[in-house]
Design a protein around this ligand. Structure first.
Ligand SMILES: O=C(O)CCC(=O)C(=O)O
Length: 286
């Protein structure tokens, strides 16, 4: 668990520089287990590079990791990382996407981009996205550490796709986590070594915008029903600010964990629920 001064230090860094690094934040045993399981998934599902300029011709990406077993459930809620993300966005934030990014030898640098550049808001703006990269191997300049442009999160535009920019490598030891404001200009680095660079991209967004991966359909319902209460909320089974995401004025998590069908979702019109069982929604406060 991070103390409040440490969290504030990271929040100050994100506000000033657009990023922060949580050094050796993750237990080595979890890192090893993730490395092993990602290799299993790659083998079992025969995952190969996508071969486009953004995803890379020598980069293996596995998406939607929460659908692949309980091991991945520890990532979005990790108490050495989530408090920083909650400070950048707010506690109503959501899992936007969870994927692995394994950059193999010979990969060239990814075009510099901002993760929020498809969101049509004038820049600079408050963070709508806060992303993180878990280093499952050491991240070095030579093996393709994420390249970042400090301070670019306050630029009044996103980068031009494919243009060259001066950037620095976010070097960090295995087990560390890079956290950044979604407007920060960055990209995966070139891997000039003989070894793979492995990262997990744990991406979050504000509770009031759309998630990049559709968590409610992408994760089987019975899998999501077994998540911890906090993870369910982060996946979108919750209500933002007492309004956004409701179903007939009820928290969607009630439907996730019940056998209700679309027809029975309308039950509140026929039988009102006891006050004590209801979540507080915005209508109850005005
Ligand atoms: O792999 C990396 O270091 C960064 C990847 C990235 O920024 C992306 O794919 O959006």
């Amino acid at each position: 668990m991070l103390d409040t001064d440490t969290i504030q230090g990271h929040l100050d860094a994100v506000a000033r520089d657009g990023f922060t690094i949580l050094e050796r934040a993750i237990d080595p045993a979890l890192i090893d287990a993730l490395n092993d399981d990602l290799l299993r998934l790659e083998r079992d599902y025969e995952v190969v590079p996508s071969d486009n300029s953004f995803e890379g011709a020598r980069t293996v990406r596995i998406y939607n990791l929460l659908a692949f077993g309980p091991l991945y459930e520890a990532i979005p809620v990790h108490d050495h990382v989530l408090p920083v993300v909650e400070g950048v966005l707010d506690p109503g934030c959501l899992v936007s996407a969870l994927s692995s990014i394994s950059i193999d030898p010979g990969e060239t640098a990814q075009p510099i981009h901002a993760d929020d550049q498809l969101i049509p808001l004038d820049k600079p703006h408050a963070p709508t996205v806060c992303n993180s990269m878990w280093a499952l191997t050491d991240f070095t300049e030579a093996n393709g550490a994420t390249r970042i442009i400090p301070g670019s999160h306050v630029a009044d535009a996103s980068p031009d796709y494919g243009a060259p920019y001066d950037s620095i490598p976010a070097e960090m030891p295995k087990g560390s986590v890079l956290v950044w404001h979604g407007s920060l200009w960055h990209g995966g680095g070139a891997n000039t070594t003989n070894e793979r660079r492995v990262g997990i991209a744990m991406n979050y967004c504000a509770g009031w915008i759309r998630q990049q991966e559709n968590q409610q359909l992408g994760i089987p319902r019975e899998t999501a029903a077994g998540f911890s209460p906090r993870l369910r909320q982060l996946c979108g089974y919750g209500i933002y600010n007492g309004l956004m995401g409701h179903i007939n004025k009820r928290d969607p998590v009630e439907l996730l964990t019940s056998e209700r069908t679309a027809e029975t979702n309308t039950v509140q019109y026929r039988r009102s629920r006891p006050e004590s069982e209801r979540k507080v929604m915005v209508w109850d406060q005005i």
